[in-house]
Design a protein around this ligand. Structure first.
Ligand SMILES: Cc1cc2nc3c(=O)[nH]c(=O)nc-3n(C[C@H](O)[C@H](O)[C@H](O)COP(=O)(O)OP(=O)(O)OC[C@H]3O[C@@H](n4cnc5c(N)ncnc54)[C@H](O)[C@@H]3O)c2cc1C
Length: 279
């Protein structure tokens, strides 16, 4: 079994991935725990995938030993292929990546939600701890030709929203709507002269406050680029249909759930399979 707290970290991941070695942690806000990493074991020909990607939502799959009690269906949904170790993946945005000579470093901001594998791992992480990672992937970059932007999400999407805002030119205009428990979480977002930022605190059901706040945005579909991510039911069943009804092209747009209330990432993958939008 892979033990990510075993030190020292290996030079490469035991399942062919890279290795994130923790170099420090910082409690950014009551909601967010930042973990800084050195990224080791990336083959030379793949370094640019980390350092030169245009995608601002660049993410990695963090590998954990599979917890006890998963059904075969859950394991199959969240396990990367045939492997003698039972492992599962957790998906996290790379808030930023930097290169100094041959050293690649990065930062991931975790919602400290206290359940599951990754959230608690981040809270307990200490220098020298390591995790194997697969990736990176990414699906969104701000379009300089977009007439307007709509960025909406919850705390899990804050790192990606922050990265998108950092990458937008000063002339970019639009709305940013974020649902997080604490106003201080918003400190993760940079200032931007053309983006109007609104913070809402969650209601009883995660994503409801976000959906209500997004409905208050004046949406002009022509030339609008959207980035909407957060609790899956809110995003896919409330916000996406509303945008579609307004005439926004939702198919192929960057709109998806990042997690599902009451489900681990395994369960969420099954939810996604069963709730694929037909439009
Ligand atoms: C492309 C992508 C990028 C993402 N980037 C980030 C990121 O940068 N930072 C980040 O924190 N998350 C991010 N997420 C979401 C993250 O992958 C999930 O929240 C994941 O389920 C966390 O794993 P876990 O082991 O902590 O909890 P799990 O074992 O998956 O779930 C355990 C329990 O915790 C609940 N839970 C899971 N996530 C949350 C949450 N955010 N808030 C409240 N309850 C929760 C579940 O509903 C479940 O009941 C991203 C997801 C995607 C798809």
């Amino acid at each position: 079994m892979v033990d990510s707290n075993e030190k020292p970290a290996p030079a490469a991941g035991p399942h062919g991935g890279a290795v994130f070695v923790v170099t420090g942690t910082e409690r950014l806000s009551p909601t967010l725990q930042r973990v800084a990493f050195e990224i080791r074991g990336v083959p030379a020909e793949e370094v640019e995938e980390f350092t030169a990607s245009p995608d601002t939502d660049m993410y990695v799959k963090l590998i954990f030993p599979a917890p006890e009690g998963l059904t075969a269906e859950e394991l199959e949904a969240n396990s990367p292929g045939e492997d003698e170790d039972a492992i599962v993946m957790r998906t996290y945005t790379l808030h930023s990546v930097a290169v100094e000579g041959e050293r690649i470093t990065g930062v991931v901001d975790f919602v400290a939600h206290g359940e599951g594998l990754a959230g608690p791992w981040a809270l307990a992480a200490a220098e020298g701890d390591w995790l194997e990672v697969f990736g990176p992937g990414g699906n969104y970059a701000p379009d300089a030709g977009a007439a307007r932007h709509l960025l909406a999400g919850d705390a899990a999407a804050l790192p990606a929203i922050a990265a998108a805002m950092r990458a937008m030119p000063a002339e970019a205009v639009g709305d940013v709507v974020v649902e997080t428990p604490h106003p201080s979480d918003m400190g993760l977002l940079p200032e931007h002269p053309g983006l109007r930022v609104r913070h809402v605190t969650p209601w009883e059901t995660p994503g409801d406050a976000l959906a209500a706040a997004v409905r208050q945005v004046h949406v002009e579909p022509e030339g609008l680029q959207v980035f909407v991510h957060g609790e899956a039911h809110a995003v896919m069943k409330k916000i996406r249909p509303w945008l579609k009804d307004l005439g926004v092209t939702v198919r192929g747009a960057s709109i998806s759930g990042y997690w599902r209330q009451g489900r681990s990432e395994e369960g969420f993958r099954l939810w996604k399979r069963d709730n694929r939008p037909e439009d």
